[in-house]
Design a protein around this ligand. Structure first.
Ligand code: MG
Length: 158
C-alpha cells in the first residue's frame, strides 16, 4: 500500500545567523526562531511522514513545553519520525520539498540539503527533491520576515 503525506511549516527570522535549513548551516544574518533549531524544512518533511502514516504530528511528538526539545537538532527529530513510521510498518519511498523565501538565495545549497535529508530518511539522494522559490515580494514572506516550507512524502507498507 502507498501512502502520501503533506507537511507545512513556517518560522520567523531573527538575528543573528547562520540559518539552519534542511540540516545544513547557511551563512545569513538571521536564524529561524523556534523552540528547536527552527529548521522549517526538516519540520515540514517530518510532518509529511507522520501524516502519511496517520501517526500524529510534530507538535505532539516533540512538545515545545518539553525542555529536552529546546534547541533540538531537527534532523534528529526527522530520524525519530522515520523510526515511528517504521514501527507502524512503513518505509520511506521519496520526499519533495518546496521552500518559499525571499532571501537568502538557496539554489546553491539545494544538493547539500537533499543529501542531509536523504541520510536522515535512509533513502538515496535521487529520491529527495528540494526546490526553492520567492514569494514575488508578497506578504510576510515577501517582506523577508521568515520562511515557509511545504513537503510531501510517500511511504509504502514494508
Ligand atoms: Mg517548525
Amino acid at each position: 500500500m502507498i501512502r502520501v503525506g503533506l507537511g507545512y511549516d513556517s518560522h520567523r527570522f531573527q538575528p543573528p545567523g547562520p540559518l539552519t535549513l534542511g540540516g545544513i548551516r547557511i551563512p545569513f544574518d538571521n536564524h529561524l526562531h523556534g523552540h528547536s533549531d527552527g529548521d522549517a524544512v526538516c519540520h515540514a518533511v517530518t510532518d509529511a511522514l507522520l501524516g502519511a502514516a496517520a501517526a500524529g504530528d510534530i507538535g505532539e511528538m516533540f512538545s515545545d513545553k518539553d525542555p529536552r526539545n529546546a534547541g533540538r537538532d531537527s534532523l534528529e527529530m526527522l530520524r525519530e519520525a522515520v523510526r515511528r513510521v517504521a514501527e507502524k510498518g512503513f518505509g520511506v519511498e521519496q520526499a519533495d520539498v518546496t521552500i518559499i523565501a525571499e532571501s537568502p538565495r538557496l539554489a546553491e545549497h539545494r544538493d547539500a540539503m537533499r543529501q542531509r535529508l536523504a541520510e536522515a530518511l535512509g533513502i538515496d539522494v535521487g529520491l529527495v527533491s528540494v526546490k526553492a522559490k520567492s514569494n514575488e515580494g508578497l506578504g510576510w514572506i515577501g517582506r523577508g520576515e521568515g520562511i515557509a516550507c511545504v513537503a510531501i512524502a510517500t511511504l509504502s507498507s514494508t
